[in-house]
Structures are given as structure tokens and as C-alpha cells.
Design a protein around this ligand. Structure first.
Ligand code: MLT
Length: 411
């Protein structure tokens, strides 16, 4: 008898954003006249910057000539891109990395899910709550969690660290020691950030408690304030306790192109069953060389172009475009008396639902009455109940239209 991985059966049947898509499709079918504006999934709307398109074209041409054709590339990524990353994303911020500590991938989501391959099923996992569902779901798939509480919201074998307006969305250190801690800053979904000293507390905690931090920095490009760290490695000794995930999806509009990278420092060591310390970089390299044949050459050339002076300027324009949306949305929502968070150094706005409406009730009303799609906070975890996420990644005109609909809405 063939057996499936039973862990999958513990999960809700579909992923949060697939669920929302189904609801929206059903609404469209029954309201074909409605002009729906999506401020739901954090997908970008600006086209790829011209300098990146040029790089893509010339890489495509290279593939058509015998002298410049490329077959399999290095599984870890081409050095031309690794070097640019080390130089621009880290050295420029005072962080020294070797190129073989940077692994190019097809996006942060894959690596965040795949990292579980090199971690024992016995590890105790902690997440901030609300949380990007991929962290939790992939741990259930991997057998590190799987017992659901009666409320249908908590996995009892995961430590949830609440982040709400009560603690200003700054997570407290956990009462119980986790082995693995997921942190995402700027945060998805709340759009909030941590100051250097706040992140330092987590690094110190991990050093003292022999925990591993999985740090998702997919939204770092949206940071404007000087005192907010872009990388966890800006904190002293973080290389001994943290893996960092980066993505070009939001930074440069690569949600469709697919490229990101993961930093696994060589000084990061964790224990095997016998207590012997093992170099995580070597394990991840073993995993990648076995299961991954690298990101396509043309996409890596596209990513390289982001780091050219012109590329930096062009992607910055898109980031500012989205942040203008964020400011507009924030002003409008504040003016109608809603309480909201985030949106200053992140493309997400976290809204407290008014009149104690549940997240899903607010979702339904916003869709039915304004034809606007957002993401219910409860979809990100129990502490998300009573909140709602809006993204600034929409087209400017749609954001303005959404604002006008919300302003005229009888809530
Ligand atoms: C989100 O909306 O949270 C993101 O788009 C999901 C993702 O990046 O995978």
C-alpha cells in the first residue's frame, strides 16, 4: 500500500491566499458588473524596471549562441550575482560575508519552506503571531507540529508570541525556550518593524539559549528610518545564530520572475543528536546541490541588473510609488477614524476592525459593499483576529479609487 505524508492531512485544505481567491472568484461570478480592487495578496503591479528588461534580453540572446550558451549553472548561484549581493546588501551596511555564504534561489518562499529539510523534527518552533502562514504550514508538513487546539487556530506544539496593539507589535521573549524562532521584519502581515536594540534582544536570547533564528527580510527595501536594521547581521554575533532570507519579489517586482537568496553564515553551527556541532552552511549546500539545480541564468542576470546605478534608481522609484500608496491609504483610514499600524517602513497596513467586527466579517463587508479585497488578520494566526491587512502594492489609480469607496462607506 502506498502511503502519503499524513502531515498534509492535518492542514486546512487550502492555503490562506487560495481560500481568498476562491471567495473572490465566487463573488465575481455572482456580481459580474463589480469592479473589484485587490489590496489582498501582496503581489506587485509595477512592471519590471527597464534596465532589468535589457539584462533579460541580452541574457536570452546569450542563450541562443554556442559561445555564450549556458547549461546547468552552479546550484548555489552564479558568482556575478553573489558578489553584487555581498557588496551592496551587506558590505555597504558594515556586514562582511563570503560569497559562499549566499545561496541564490527562486524566491524566499521556497527556501523558507525547504529549510526544514536540514532541521530535526524534534525542534520546538516559535513564531510571532500573526505570522506569514508559510512558516507554520511548512512545519506541519515537515512533522515538527501537528496538534491543533480546539479553537481551530493554534497548533499546540508551536509557541505563538502575540504581537498586538497592546505590546505595540514588539514580541516579548518567549516564556518557554524554542529551538527555532521565525522572525520577519519589516513584518508581514502587520507592516511593523523592530529597532536595532529590539532585534538585539532576540539575537542575545538565541545566543544564550542555543536557538536558531530564521530571519525573513523580504521587505527590507521598504525601510526608510535609519535606526531600523535591514539585516539581522547588523546585530553583533548574529551570524552565529541566524539564517536570513531575502527576496527580489517586492524589492524589484520579481514575483513572476522568481529570484531570492538565503544567507547561511559559516560560523553558524547547530547540534546533531550526539551534541556535536555541525556547520549549517555545509548542510544547506548539500541540500541545495542534491535537490536544486539553480535559478535560471537569465533570471540571475536580471537580478544582477538591480545593483547597477540605473537599476538601483529604477527600483527605488517603484518602492516610492508603493509607499505613496501606503501613505494615501493610511491618511484615508485614519481620517475615517480607524486605528491602524505599519505602512511606514513596510508595504502593509494593519487595520483594527471597527465595532469589534471579526476579521472575516470585515473581509465580507469590504468585498460586498466596496468591492475591495483585503486579507483577514485571523488568516495569519490567532492574534490576527479583529485585524485586517491591506497592501500598498496596488496600482496608484486603484488605490485612489479604493480610498474614495472607503470614504463613502457606511461602516
Ligand atoms: C503576502 O501577501 O503575504 C505575500 O504576497 C505572500 C508571499 O510573498 O508569498
Amino acid at each position: 500500500m502506498v502511503l502519503i505524508n499524513d502531515n498534509y492531512l492535518r492542514l486546512p485544505e487550502s492555503y490562506l491566499f487560495s481560500d481568498i481567491k476562491k471567495k473572490v472568484t465566487a463573488f465575481k461570478a455572482s456580481h459580474p458588473e463589480a469592479k473589484i480592487i485587490s489590496l489582498g495578496i501582496g503581489d506587485v503591479t509595477r512592471p519590471i524596471a527597464p534596465v532589468i528588461i535589457e539584462a533579460l534580453h541580452s541574457a536570452v540572446d546569450e542563450m541562443g549562441h554556442p559561445e555564450t550558451f549556458r547549461g546547468y549553472g552552479p546550484e548555489q548561484g552564479y558568482s556575478f550575482l553573489q558578489e553584487k549581493i555581498v557588496e551592496n546588501d551587506f558590505k555597504a551596511r558594515g556586514v562582511e560575508l563570503d560569497t559562499d555564504e549566499v545561496f541564490i534561489s527562486d524566491g524566499a518562499k521556497s527556501d523558507i519552506g525547504n529549510i526544514g529539510d536540514i532541521l530535526s523534527v524534534k525542534n520546538k518552533i516559535a513564531v510571532t503571531d500573526p505570522v506569514y502562514p508559510v512558516y507554520v504550514d511548512t512545519n506541519v508538513m515537515g512533522g515538527r507540529a501537528g496538534i491543533m487546539e480546539k479553537d481551530g487556530q493554534h497548533w499546540s506544539d508551536i509557541i505563538y508570541i502575540p504581537c498586538t496593539s497592546e505590546n505595540n507589535f514588539v514580541p516579548d521573549l518567549p516564556a518557554q525556550r524554542p529551538d527555532v524562532i521565525y522572525l520577519c521584519y519589516p513584518n508581514n502581515p502587520t507592516g511593523t518593524t523592530l529597532l536595532k536594540e529590539e532585534l538585539e534582544k532576540w539575537v542575545d536570547y538565541a545566543l544564550e539559549n542555543d536557538s536558531l533564528i530564521l530571519f525573513d527580510a523580504a521587505y527590507e527595501a521598504f525601510i526608510h528610518d535609519e535606526n531600523i536594521p535591514h539585516s539581522i547581521y547588523e546585530i553583533p554575533h548574529a551570524k552565529r545564530v541566524a539564517i536570513e532570507f531575502r527576496s527580489f519579489s517586492k524589492t524589484a517586482g520579481f514575483t513572476g520572475l522568481r529570484c531570492g537568496y538565503t544567507v547561511v553564515p559559516k560560523s553558524l553551527r547547530i547540534s546533531d543528536e550526539s551534541g556535536k556541532r555541525v556547520e549549517v552552511n555545509k548542510l544547506w549546500n548539500r541540500r541545495q546541490t542534491t535537490k536544486f539545480n539553480g535559478t535560471s541564468y537569465i533570471v540571475q542576470r536580471a537580478a544582477e541588473a538591480i545593483y547597477s546605478p540605473e537599476g538601483k534608481k529604477q527600483i527605488q522609484e517603484s518602492i516610492e510609488y508603493y509607499m505613496r500608496n501606503a501613505r494615501l491609504l493610511k491618511n484615508c483610514l485614519q481620517n475615517i477614524g480607524l486605528q491602524l499600524y505599519g505602512g511606514d517602513n513596510a508595504p502593509y497596513i494593519w487595520v483594527k476592525t471597527p465595532n469589534r467586527l471579526s476579521s472575516w466579517k470585515f473581509f465580507d463587508r469590504l468585498l460586498n459593499e466596496c468591492h475591495i479585497v483585503g486579507t483577514p488578520g485571523i488568516g495569519f494566526g490567532p492574534s490576527g483576529e479583529g485585524y485586517f491587512r491591506l497592501t500598498a502594492f496596488g496600482r496608484y489609480e486603484d488605490t485612489v479609487e479604493a480610498i474614495s469607496r472607503i470614504q463613502n462607506w457606511k461602516l
